[in-house]
Write a new protein. Structure first.
Length: 191
């Protein structure tokens, strides 16, 4: 089974003014496509290629050592971006159980938003900010490069089931915001 680039559930310009059309198009059709192509090349002929990408990245210890870094980077990139596109929706407002869990776990939505934005803006270099569900409740974590909390503590330095993922690589914001990473996170969340 070859991995494929998922279709976006919206047009490239649907998230203006927060995410501009050109960035979305390049980010999806070039960056994400490269992760897909490189993952397919790394797993060509492997039994692991029949697994869903989220399952592959949880089984990095089963990937041959000479291909493990490629699968970690490109499998993580494919998994993370596939999740990221689903997180971005026009007019999405947090509500229900998730909103209540965030308010209870972080002392209010505004506190959560401030903590999440701080985590996202302080990732050194490239990476991701995440809201994850753990046995202890909701937690804000970050990962470097294309690591995912699904990879576990030993690989990613953190673990949990992703609820929200935010790409803080420069390719996600640089065309519009240049080197001003914090500008990309204003108004991303709405309570």
């Amino acid at each position: 089974m070859a991995y494929t680039l998922p279709r976006l559930p919206y047009s490239y310009d649907a998230l203006e003014p927060h995410f501009d059309k050109e960035t979305m198009e390049i980010h999806h059709s070039r960056h994400h496509q490269t992760y897909v192509n490189s993952l397919n090349a790394a797993l060509e002929g492997s039994e692991l290629s029949s697994l869903a990408v989220d399952e592959v990245i949880t089984k990095l210890d089963q990937v041959p050592a000479e291909k493990r870094t490629a699968v970690r980077n490109h499998g993580g990139g494919h998994s993370n971006h596939s999740f990221f596109w689903k997180n971005l929706k026009t007019g999405t407002t947090l509500s229900g159980d998730l909103k209540a869990a965030i308010e209870n776990g972080f002392g209010g939505f505004e506190n959560f938003q401030q903590q999440f934005e701080k985590a996202a803006t302080t990732v050194f270099g490239s990476g991701w900010a995440w809201l994850v569900k753990t046995d202890g409740g909701l937690k804000i974590v970050t990962t470097h490069n294309q690591d995912s909390p699904l990879m576990g503590e030993a690989v990613a330095g953190t673990s949990g089931f992703p609820i929200i993922g935010l790409d803080v690589w420069e390719h996600a914001y640089y065309l519009k915001y240049r080197n001003k990473r914090p500008g990309t996170f204003t108004s991303v969340f709405h309570a």
